[in-house]
Design a protein around this ligand. Structure first.
Ligand code: ZN
Length: 301
């Protein structure tokens, strides 16, 4: 009995092994992963409306790097990626926040913020592009308003969907936009689902390749992050808590890079060394937590 069981188990294992091998071998022929944005009640222009409202608050309340050499460089890298991002034709805009944590975030409609700490910590332009491509992917796949839709439907009940598609539907979505009222600083704490994060990694790798970057640089940045976490855990704590484990992300990006296959490399925008040198000469940047604490004190909370 025992013997038969073992034999059977062995046969199953062999079959599974073969299947797995076939799957791996079949991967390159399958091409890159196709991604679809989720169900969304809001229009693309409502993405822009929400993003613009939030950006106005963030621009006022967060310290910004204004050195045109720094902002110009980040904008050029961003525009190159945005041109290859696919999705709606949002007018992407890039700002460098004067914050020391290694992080970046994006608002719906294409308002992208890159922390100074991130620009200072990358080893090359590809690593910076990797993080930015991930944020751009959240915008292009409209993850924020997909999430708002999900929250709205959960709260209002599925019956509300009927009226949304009926008369006066634009009035209802306008109400949703108004109740969101721009995420403001809450955008810094917005958490996406694991699926959305994984989609952004995959779409980010695809965008990198189309823009002429090596998608593996996105994976290599996770290594940089791990080494930074060893030296100064606080600097990367939020990034790590907002995103899935670096090891899993690295594996998925590597897999996608393989699916994409060979791609033409382009010259980098160039000038990262100069940008980093200029940032090093500036007074040290506060952390996000320090800025938030100062603001709640100022508000008398
Ligand atoms: Zn993300």
């Amino acid at each position: 009995m025992r013997m038969q069981e073992n034999r059977l188990r062995g046969r199953v294992a062999a079959a599974v092994g073969t299947a797995a091998l076939t799957f791996v071998l079949a991967l390159p022929a399958m091409g890159q992963t196709r991604l679809h944005s989720g169900f969304n009640l809001l229009s693309e222009s409502q993405d822009v409306q929400i993003g613009r409202q939030s950006a106005a608050q963030i621009d006022l309340q967060m310290p910004m790097v204004t050195d045109p050499v720094v902002t110009g460089y980040v904008t050029r890298v961003g525009q190159r990626l945005a041109a290859s991002a696919g999705g709606p034709q949002f007018g992407y805009r890039f700002r460098v926040t004067n914050l020391s944590d290694i992080n970046a975030f994006a608002l719906p409609g294409g308002f992208v913020y890159v922390n100074r700490g991130l620009v200072e910590s990358v080893h090359n332009e590809g690593e910076l592009a990797g993080v930015m491509a991930h944020e751009i992917a959240h915008v292009a796949l409209r993850h924020s308003t997909t999430q708002i839709t999900r929250a709205y439907v959960a709260q209002a009940g599925i019956g509300a969907l009927g009226s949304l598609f009926g008369r006066g539907s634009s009035g209802t979505t306008a109400q949703i936009v108004q109740s969101v009222g721009g995420f403001g600083l809450n955008a810094l704490f917005l958490k996406y689902s694991r699926t959305a994060e994984s989609q952004a990694d995959i779409a980010g790798a695809q965008t990198m390749a189309r823009a002429g970057y090596d998608p593996l640089d996105e994976a290599r940045f996770f290594e940089t992050l791990r080494s930074q976490a060893g030296g100064d855990p606080g600097k990367v704590a939020r990034f790590l808590s907002d995103h899935p484990a670096p090891v899993d992300r690295m594996a998925r990006v590597r897999q996608e890079a393989q699916l994409i296959g060979a791609h033409p490399a382009a010259r980098p925008v160039g000038g990262l060394d100069e940008v980093q040198a200029r940032l090093r000469r500036m007074p040290p940047a506060p952390t996000t937590a320090q800025v938030m604490a100062r603001q709640s004190t100022a508000a008398g909370e």
